[in-house]
Design a protein around this ligand. Structure first.
Ligand code: NAD
Ligand code: TYD
Length: 377
């Protein structure tokens, strides 16, 4: 493979994948295809924009004709598809945009890739369509625990070490899809289309389902960057419900490393779950973030705990996500490189050192969106 399109490369995870591929594979031509929605930001890629093996193309993944033309002009061998509407709260307010981009956009890419690759003498030989999805398609896990043991309890589900868990069950590659939010329903639908293109036409596809990511360049509508920024400005921290929901967190660079390994060595038609066996209750994450920001800003310990503000719960709020990534760890040898404490420290430091990046996003339009979103909660 030589000519690779990465969709959604100007977004949070996509920018880390583009950076990794551009730096690690000078022999590849990396095309970052992105519509630059509110979530797309070319400032995320300042350090690679002048590299000879990198090119940015502004395009909507729903534009079938434009993408089919690009496939031919650039003789695309591989697609790593991350472009999507990605925020659950937005999907609750505006589900149509999620169906359009996540379902129709993915279908449009698949069909254009199919027509182009089937027109070549070698057909699908050496080609790959890699679709990046989420653990949210599996639905929500219960906070069950073994008789007599209060969660969190330790388990050895991880191939490497013991970890805390808030329930006995995990999401496995074989877990039945059961999405609850318009976001996860749209991602589930796109996953089904990708697999259908393998099963029907023989397209070499791969799907991965990853847990919640955190790290630099995440749009500040998501929990961790939003809260870091609010703590910095001493604004309220809107905790949904009781803050008891559990999420499984992975440092974004470790997700990008997994994508690299799977794109090159993953088996066609397989699904791989990606996660770091790292479950946290929201309220515990929030307290850790507050403590880290306060320490790094030289504020007294616990100074900003009073910013915690319990607000009306998210509609249909999934209780617990927990990924079992044993298959990826055993079959392809991937492991997360960072412990969570280390990752959070790096992340908070990055946002505090990159105030200009944050301030640029949180002015203007965003300010209004944020006010509308949290007004009357
Ligand atoms: P993001 O919202 O930060 O970035 C999405 C990118 O897609 C943006 O650059 C945006 O401009 C682009 N985009 C949106 N609609 C487009 C369209 N119609 N045409 C072209 N480009 C378009 O998202 P993210 O958090 O980086 O997530 C990337 C992918 O990873 C998504 O598919 C998401 O479902 C998946 N994922 C995210 C997480 C997470 O925790 N963030 C976890 C697992 C999987
Ligand atoms: P989020 O970052 O939106 O990711 P996802 O919904 O995809 O898991 O939210 C992470 C968790 O934090 C989720 O349980 C919802 C909660 N949350 C809050 O309590 N307050 C907030 O302002 C946000 C954005 C999220």
């Amino acid at each position: 493979m030589k000519n690779i399109v990465i969709t959604g490369g100007a977004g949070f995870i996509g920018s880390h994948v583009v950076r990794l591929f551009v730096n690690k594979y000078p022999e590849y031509n990396i095309i970052n295809l992105d519509k630059l929605t509110y979530a797309g930001n070319l400032a995320n890629l300042k350090d690679v924009e002048d590299k000879p093996n990198y090119k940015f193309v502004k395009m909507d993944i729903c534009d079938f004709d434009a993408f089919y033309q690009l496939m031919q002009d650039e003789q695309i061998d591989g697609i790593i598809h991350l472009a999507a509407e990605s925020h659950v709260d937005r999907s609750i307010k505006d589900p149509f945009t999620f169906a359009r981009t996540n379902v129709m956009g993915t279908l449009s890419l698949l069909q254009a890739a199919k027509l182009y690759w089937e027109s070549l003498p070698e057909k699908y030989e050496g080609k790959r369509f890699y679709h990046i999805s989420t653990d949210e398609v599996y639905g929500a896990l219960e906070m069950t625990h073994p008789e007599g043991i209060e969660p969190p309890f330790t388990t050895t589900a991880s191939s490497s070490e013991h970890h805390l868990a808030y329930g006995e069950d995990f999401f496995y590659e074989t877990t039945k899809y059961n999405p609850h939010s318009p976001y996860s329903a749209s991602k589930a639908s796109s996953d089904h289309f990708v697999r259908a293109y393998h099963d029907t036409y023989g397209m070499p596809t791969i799907v991965t389902n990853c847990s919640n990511n955190y790290g630099p360049y995440q749009f500040p509508e998501k929990l961790i960057p939003l809260f870091i920024n609010n703590i910095r400005h001493r604004k309220p921290l809107p905790v949904y419900g009781k803050g008891e929901n559990v999420r499984d967190w992975l440092y974004v660079v470790d997700h990008a490393r997994a994508i690299d390994v799977i794109f090159h060595n993953g088996k066609v038609a397989e699904t791989y779950n990606i996660g770091g066996f790292n479950e946290w209750k929201n309220i515990d994450i929030i307290k850790t973030v507050i403590a880290t920001v306060d320490r790094l800003l030289g504020r007294p310990e616990g100074a900003d705990l009073d910013l915690i503000t319990y607000v009306t719960d998210r509609l249909g709020h999934d209780a617990r996500y927990a990924i079992d990534s044993t298959k990826l760890q055993k079959e392809l040898g991937w492991e997360p490189s960072l412990q969570f404490e280390e990752g959070i420290e790096k992340t908070v430091k990055w946002y505090l050192e990159n105030e200009a990046w944050m301030d640029n996003i949180t002015s203007g339009e965003y300010e209004k969106y944020y006010e509308d979103m949290y007004k009357n909660r």
